[in-house]
Design a protein around this ligand. Structure first.
Ligand SMILES: C[S@@+](CC[C@H](N)C(=O)[O-])C[C@H]1O[C@@H](n2cnc3c(N)ncnc32)[C@H](O)[C@@H]1O
Length: 243
């Protein structure tokens, strides 16, 4: 499965998001981060990125934060589907560079950026300190396990999993564990690539079909609230509720 994850990651680099070498904070929420002029470095200049040693991690960050991504990813539309986040705790599972997590930090009571890769956790922490202080208190980067997002019982009112579902092994069991970490009636949003050899995303063989995600959610005890195959050109959106 490690090979599978590596291949998926490679496709993330080569095809998901076109590579650029100048990573920036989330392109359409720049105001949330302290500007370079206020003494903060750009992402590419920050030591946490350079310190990762290999250029490949920096490229991965650049890919995730590619400003062209917002054209097809429509992050604001996706986040709006979580509903009103005020006074809510949101978990972003497979947070990566925080593309979604940092866009939610101004809207929610708390955002937990969850990942299993320590490099992304370090990166998230390095970006956190660039947030205004009130927002810093609202953000937590959490190192989780491949089979467990490590949420406390009922901790998350809402959960988002974007471009990450296919990386997870034993997904029904994972979703059952996640279910326990969500508040009753909590909303879970899964966004991933449609099949059909699209110009972005991995080859079809590495995707999980929308039907399979739905089946797995039902098997884990979630109710399906909505399936949207049209809002995003390359991806489906599934909204599930903790019953
Ligand atoms: C393709 S990236 C997507 C990042 C982010 N969601 C985005 O859309 O920009 C997948 C992320 O999922 C993380 N990941 C893989 N398996 C995971 C698991 N079982 N639990 C949590 N995160 C995982 C990887 O480390 C990586 O950061």
């Amino acid at each position: 499965m490690k090979l599978f994850a590596t291949i998926l990651c490679l496709f993330s680099v080569l095809a998901f998001f076109r590579c650029k070498n100048d990573p920036q904070p989330p392109a359409d929420s720049p105001a949330i981060f302290k500007e370079k002029s206020s003494n903060a470095a750009t992402v590419s200049e920050q030591s946490p990125v350079s310190d990762f040693g290999s250029g490949s991690f920096e490229s991965l960050i650049a890919d995730y934060e590619n400003k062209d991504r917002s054209i097809w990813q429509k992050p604001n539309l996706v986040i709006s589907l979580l509903g009103d986040l005020e006074n809510k705790t949101v978990a972003d599972i497979g947070a990566g560079s925080g593309y979604f997590a940092f866009r939610m930090v101004g809207k929610a009571k708390k955002v937990i950026g969850i990942d299993i890769d320590t490099r992304f956790i370090s990166f998230l922490d390095s970006m956190k300190v660039r947030l205004p202080e009130t927002y810093q208190e609202r953000f937590e980067a959490r190192l989780a396990k491949p089979d467990n997002p490590l949420l406390q019982p009922n901790e998350a009112d809402a959960v988002i999993i974007v471009n990450t579902y296919a990386y997870i092994d034993n997904r029904v069991q994972y979703l059952k564990t996640l279910h326990k970490g969500m508040a009753p009636q909590g909303r879970l949003l899964i966004v991933d690539f449609k099949k059909n050899n699209l110009p972005v995303g991995p080859p079809d063989a590495y995707k999980v079909s929308q039907n399979d995600v739905q089946k797995e959610l039902l098997a884990a005890g979630f109710a399906i609230e909505k399936v949207d195959k049209d809002a995003l050109d390359y991806q489906y959106i599934i909204i599930a509720i903790k019953k």
